[in-house]
Design a protein around this ligand. Structure first.
Ligand SMILES: NC(=O)c1ccc[n+]([C@@H]2O[C@H](COP(=O)([O-])OP(=O)(O)OC[C@H]3O[C@@H](n4cnc5c(N)ncnc54)[C@H](O)[C@@H]3O)[C@@H](O)[C@H]2O)c1
Length: 435
């Protein structure tokens, strides 16, 4: 299925890893649908920060729309039965399922909601996938399913997950495998670990190290010799896409990491060197987390040449560069200095998904909106240099007339179509199972 244009659904496609997966799929010219509610996980993630991240991710995606790829974004929950209409209309070749309560702390905050997303949401997607003959269901699991493990753990190791997050992830793996057994729905299961990089939220190990260093606060290390297999986000995204498109990866499970165990202390030292400040404060290890290390990725290399390219030091430098050039963080960390206005690839103020959605008359059952990336880019070319806020000229973005009601999916949820050129309307036709 590698060289053909595929219809692929990415759940959680506006999230940290999902967004990188979407970028890679777009580069390969696939037809992508994103389902994502842009959740704050019950207020756990700061709304202002998340809004800034979502805007950056959305407009970065929109700026990459070409004549040969196509993107629809649906703001709808993975639990919603109305997704049936989307599956019916699109006849997906593959589903890449990332939407989840994405770590232990988030699940602890609200285990019931966590279970809705991780169990009910997964079941809804599995049911729809088997009903509509999806070619491949890629389930993003986690290295946490192993529980305590020793360096070089392979996929054959017995899993002893600890904590609600890890247990529900592992239960998810079993469900996915059982849908293959019962209904012949092909799957691929992937287990990433400690993913880091630009456009992540501030609430993960490396993000916290980075931010504390930047603010010259102590970099807290819980367990000096605790090791994690830190993996740069674009490497994980490449692995997810390549596994999904690889015929060899049908009904297989893979570790998907950098395969280098680095102690938390060494990671903190690298961060403080790169940022140029930050003292390391070593505390006792957090007993709520299992003892981990590096994972073996020999199987993923053997089956689909998974070969992560970014070392921790290099990845940290890229992440640091992002912080230094990020409008939200620069303004937040240096409120009294000259605020820095950086990048947005497109003008964020005048063109937002939400504004366009509001233009649709309330009574219409279908809320569809179209953003033509070509128009937006023409109105405001990408800015790549830092510039003071005052110098920023307000360029009005050419407004596009509301989209005509001609939507393939009748859903009451919001849909944003991001495309450069209207593609020829093709009828969804029955497709052979992608292998
Ligand atoms: N980040 C890591 O280190 C890591 C490691 C191992 C596994 N994972 C797994 O990778 C996946 C993605 O994680 P991430 O780090 O990108 O997290 P993220 O929070 O950045 O992305 C998840 C996305 O899913 C969306 N989402 C959540 N619940 C939803 C629902 N019910 N309906 C629709 N959309 C919903 C969120 O809005 C978000 O955009 C998760 O399944 C996570 O468990 C992440």
């Amino acid at each position: 299925m590698k060289n053909e244009k595929k219809k692929i659904l990415v759940t959680g496609g506006l999230g940290f890893i999902g967004y990188n997966v979407v970028l890679r799929l777009m580069n390969l010219g696939h037809i992508i649908s994103i389902v994502d509610t842009k959740t704050t996980y019950g207020g756990l993630i700061d709304k202002e920060e998340l809004d800034a991240l979502h805007k950056e991710r959305f407009f970065s995606i929109a700026s990459r729309v070409t004549d040969s790829n196509h993107l629809n974004i649906y703001t709808i929950d993975i639990n919603n039965p109305e997704l049936d209409q989307l599956f019916q209309a699109e006849q997906f070749d593959a589903v890449i399922h990332l939407a989840s309560f994405p770590r232990q702390k988030v699940v602890n905050n609200d285990p019931m909601q966590g279970s809705k997303a991780m169990s009910e949401g997964l079941l809804n997607l599995l049911e729809l996938s088997r009903k509509h003959n999806v070619g491949r269901f890629t389930y993003i699991s986690s290295s946490m399913v192993y529980g305590d493990f020793i360096d070089g753990v392979t996929e054959e190791a017995v899993c002893k997950p600890q904590g609600q997050y890890a247990i529900m992830k592992y239960a998810g793996e079993l469900l996915v495998k059982d849908y293959t057994r019962q209904y012949n729905l092909d799957h691929t299961i992937l287990r990433p670990s400690a993913v880091y990089g630009p456009v992540d939220v501030d609430d993960r190990v490396i993000s916290k190290f980075m931010l504390n260093a930047r603010e010259n606060k102590p970099i807290r290390v819980f367990g000096k010799m605790e090791k994690l297999d830190f993996t740069f986000v674009s490497d994980v995204a490449t692995g997810i896409v390549d596994a999904t498109l690889s015929p060899r990866a049908v009904n297989e499970t893979y570790n998907l990491t950098r395969s280098q165990g680095v102690t938390l202390y060494d990671a903190a030292r690298m961060v403080s060197q790169i940022v140029g400040k930050g003292n390391i404060d070593v505390k006792n290890r957090d007993a709520n987390y299992p003892t981990r290390g590096k994972l073996s990725i020999a199987k993923a290399y053997d089956h689909f040449r998974f070969d992560p390219a970014v070392d921790l030091n290099e990845g940290l430098m890229m992440y640091n560069h992002w912080f230094e050039n990020n409008e939200y963080w620069q303004n937040k960390l240096n409120p009294k200095k000259d605020v820095i206005k950086v990048t947005p690839v497109l003008d964020l103020k005048n063109v937002t998904e939400e504004k366009r959605v509001k233009k649709i008359p309330a009574k219409k059952p279908v809320t569809t909106s179209k953003v033509t990336a070509g128009n937006i880019i023409k109105a405001k070319p990408p800015v790549t240099k830092k510039e003071p806020v005052k110098a920023k000229a307000k360029t009005p973005v050419k407004k596009k007339a509301p989209a005509k009601a001609k939507a393939p999916v009748k859903t009451t949820k919001t849909k944003t179509t991001v495309k450069k050129k209207a593609p020829a309307k093709t009828k969804a036709k029955a497709k052979p199972k992608a292998k």
